[in-house]
Design a protein around this ligand. Sequence first.
Ligand SMILES: Nc1nc2c(c(=O)[nH]1)N[C@H]1C(S)=C(S)[C@@H](COP(=O)(O)OP(=O)(O)OC[C@H]3O[C@@H](n4cnc5c(=O)[nH]c(N)nc54)[C@H](O)[C@@H]3O)O[C@H]1N2
Ligand SMILES: Nc1nc2c(c(=O)[nH]1)N[C@H]1C(S)=C(S)[C@@H](COP(=O)(O)OP(=O)(O)OC[C@H]3O[C@@H](n4cnc5c(=O)[nH]c(N)nc54)[C@H](O)[C@@H]3O)O[C@H]1N2
Ligand code: SF4
Ligand SMILES: [Mo]
Length: 683
Amino acid sequence: MTEASPVVRGACPHDCPDTCALLTTVDNGRAVRVQGNPAHRHTDGVLCTKVSRYAERTHHPDRLLQPLRRTGPKGSGQFEPVSWDEALDDIAARLKAIAARDPQAILPYSYAGTMGLVQGEGMAARFFHRLGASFLDRTICASAGSEGLTQTLGGKVGMKVEHFAEAKLILIWGSNSIASNLHFWKLAQQAKRDGARLVCIDPRRSETAEKCHDHLAIRPGTDAALALALMHELIAHDWLDHDYIERHTLGWDGLRERALRWPPARAAEVCGIPEQQIVDLARAYGTTKPAAIRLNYGMQRVRGGGNAARAVACLPALVGAWRHRAGGVLLSSSGQFPVRKAELQRPDLLAGRAPRTINMTTIGDDLLREASPDFGPKVEALIVYNSNPVAIAPDSSQVVKGFAREDLFTVVLEHFQTDTADYADYVLPATTQHEHWDIHTAYGHTDVLLNRPAIAPQGQARSNTDVFRALATRLGFDEPCFAEDDLTLCRTAFGDRIDFQQLLDVGWVTVPVPEAPFADGGFPTPSGRCEFHSDRLAAMGLDPLPDHVPNAEPGGTHPDYPLAMISPPARNFLNSSFVNVTSLRDIEGQPRLEIHADDAAPRGIASGQMVRVFNQRGEYRCVAEVSTRARPGVVNGLGIWWRKLGPFGTNVNEVTSQRLTDLGRAPTFYDCHVQVAPLEARH
Ligand SMILES: Nc1nc2c(c(=O)[nH]1)N[C@H]1C(S)=C(S)[C@@H](COP(=O)(O)OP(=O)(O)OC[C@H]3O[C@@H](n4cnc5c(=O)[nH]c(N)nc54)[C@H](O)[C@@H]3O)O[C@H]1N2
Ligand SMILES: Nc1nc2c(c(=O)[nH]1)N[C@H]1C(S)=C(S)[C@@H](COP(=O)(O)OP(=O)(O)OC[C@H]3O[C@@H](n4cnc5c(=O)[nH]c(N)nc54)[C@H](O)[C@@H]3O)O[C@H]1N2
Ligand code: SF4
Ligand SMILES: [Mo]
C-alpha cells in the first residue's frame, strides 16, 4: 500500500439493522481494505466478519463484468457476451412490445440486496411508475411484524437503540444479535456489565442465547402465548402501571380479559418450556426498571407473526416501561426518517393508472398463473435487481418452475451469476457499493449515511440507476427526472430535511428523535394511544385484540412430518449474499441442519452425516449436526445457501411454503414441518 492510499467514506449497503459507516482504503484503483469508521458512534470502528471481507467480494474473480445473453435452455447458465447497446436495445424493444398490450405484464422483483435509497427504489421506481408495470408487494422479510407494530404503536417507531445500554433487564426476542445485529449486542454487553439481566427468547440455542443469563427455548410460533401469559402474571401480581394504562392505552378491558385466559401453565404447554421460566420472567419484567425489549424479525415468520408482534408490543405500556428512555421496545427504527419518498420515486408518473400488485412471497405461484379477471395478465417479463429469488423465496420448486418458463422474458441485474441469474435471458453486470453513490437510512439506529464511490466501476459494470436511465431513454421517457444523476438523487432523498453538506463533510447525520418517545403517550396511532384494541383491524374483519395464532405446521402433529423446522441465517452469510465468497464459505463449511440428540438417535443420524430433509413440497440435503442448539422436536436448517453451491443443487427453501402470515401478507419460513432421514435410507 502506498503512502498516499486514499481512504473513502461509505456505508454498508446490506440488509442489516446496523448500517455501519465504512472506510475503504484504495490502492491503484482497487479497494484493498474495508474497516469500520471509529468516528461513527454506532459503528465504533467495528465491522462484522462478512463485510470486513467486502473487498474480496468486490474484486472477486467471478464478478460479472460484461452483459450476457442466454444461449442455452433456461436455467442452464449458458450465456454469451453482448455489448451494452445490443442488450439494452433488445430489452427495451421487448418491454415496449409487452407494454403496448398491457404494461402490468411486466413485473419488477427487488429487495434489499442494497438498502440504498438510490440504487434500491430510486430511478427504478421512477422507471416502473412511468411504464405502468405491476407493483411488487415487498413482503419477504418484515411486513408481518411491521404491520403488528403499526397497528399497536402506530408505526416503525420505538426506543433509541443507544439507550439499551442503560436498561436493567433486556429481552432479546426472536433475534440472534451476535450474528445479525452485532452493534446492538455491544450495547447489551455494556448493560450487562452494569448489572442488567439478559434474557433470550428463541427456539434455537443461538450464539446469542448461550451468552444470555436466561434462555426460553420456546417452540416456533408460540411467542404470543408467552406474551399473554406474561400479561396474566402482571395482572395477577398487580405489577401494572395503572396510571399509564388509563391515560395512554386503548382497549385494556378486552386485553385484560384475553390475558386472563393464559395462566402460565397453559402457555408452558403451548410453548414447550417449564412453567417456572414464565413465572420468573414475568416477575423480572414486572419488577425491574427500566426494562427493554429488543424484538426482531425472527419471531414473525410464522402464521401468527403479526399477532405475536402485537402482543409483545403491548407489554411496555402495561408496566409503564415507556416512561424511561431505557424502557420500551424496539423492532425497527426505519419509520423515524423523513425520507421524501414521492420526490424520489415519483408515483405521479403513474398519471392516474393503478396497476395490480403482486406479492413477492408468492412469486412461485404467480409466475405460473394464467391471465384471469382476478389476477390480470400473465407475467410476461420480470426485471430482477437487488434480490436472488430463486434461492430466497419460499417453495423453491414452484419458483424454479416459474423462472424456467420459456415464454417469460427475464432480465437480472447482478454482481454474480446467482441461482436467479442462471434463469435470465439477459444478465447485466451491476456496480457494488464501492463503485456508486448512495444514501442510507437504517433500521437499527437513526443516522442517515452517505456512500461515496471508492473505485471506478469494474469491467463494464453499470449502476442500477444507470441501467434504468438508459432503458427510460430507449422507451422514449423524456421527463427531466430520468436525466438526474446519482448525486442529485441522493440530495433529493431528504431535500432540506437534513444537512447534506454534513453528509458530504462527515458522512452521516443523526435524525432528531425524542429520548423517551412515549413517556407521556403520544403514540402515532389514530387514537394517539397504544392500541391494544385496534379499530382498524376490526374494520378489516380481523381480531381487534392480539391473540396466539398457532402455526399451520407446528410439528408433532403430522404423521409423516413430525419435526418443526426453522431456517435462520448462518452467521457468515447475509441471506444468500457472500455464499460465494470463499473465505466465508470455508468458515460455514456445508449447509447444516442442527438436530437434537433425542430426534437424531431414533433416526440413526450422527453428526457429519448427509441427511435428506423433506415434506410434501420437496426435499433438500445437508449435513446433520447433532447439537443442543436445536431443541427437541425442532430442527434448524441454517440458510441461505446458493442452490448450486450446496450438495445436490437444492437449498432449505425447497421445503418452506408460500402460506402467508395473519397480518402483512408475509412469508412463513419458520412455520414448516419436515421429516429428516439419513441419505442412504428410503422413506
Ligand atoms: N449474519 C447475518 N446477519 C443478518 C442476516 C443474515 O442473513 N446473516 N440477515 C439480515 C436480515 S435480512 C434480517 S431480516 C435480520 C434478521 O435479524 P433478526 O430479526 O435479528 O433475526 P435473526 O438473527 O435472523 O434471528 C432470528 C432468530 O429468531 C429465531 N426464531 C425462529 N423462529 C422463532 C420464533 O417463532 N420465535 C422466536 N422468539 N424466535 C424465533 C431464530 O432461531 C433466530 O435465532 O438480520 C440481518 N442480519
Ligand atoms: N428459508 C429462509 N428464507 C429466507 C429467510 C430465512 O430466514 N429463511 N430470510 C428472508 C429474508 S429476512 C430476506 S430479507 C430475504 C432476502 O433475500 P434477498 O433480498 O434476495 O437477499 P440476498 O439473498 O442477499 O440477495 C440480494 C442480491 O442482490 C445483489 N445486489 C446487492 N447489491 C446490488 C446492487 O447494488 N445492484 C444489483 N443489481 N444487485 C445487487 C446481491 O449480489 C445478491 O445476489 O430472504 C428471505 N428468505
Ligand atoms: S454489521 Fe451489518 S451493517 Fe455492519 S458491516 Fe456487518 S452487515 Fe454491514
Ligand atoms: Mo430480512
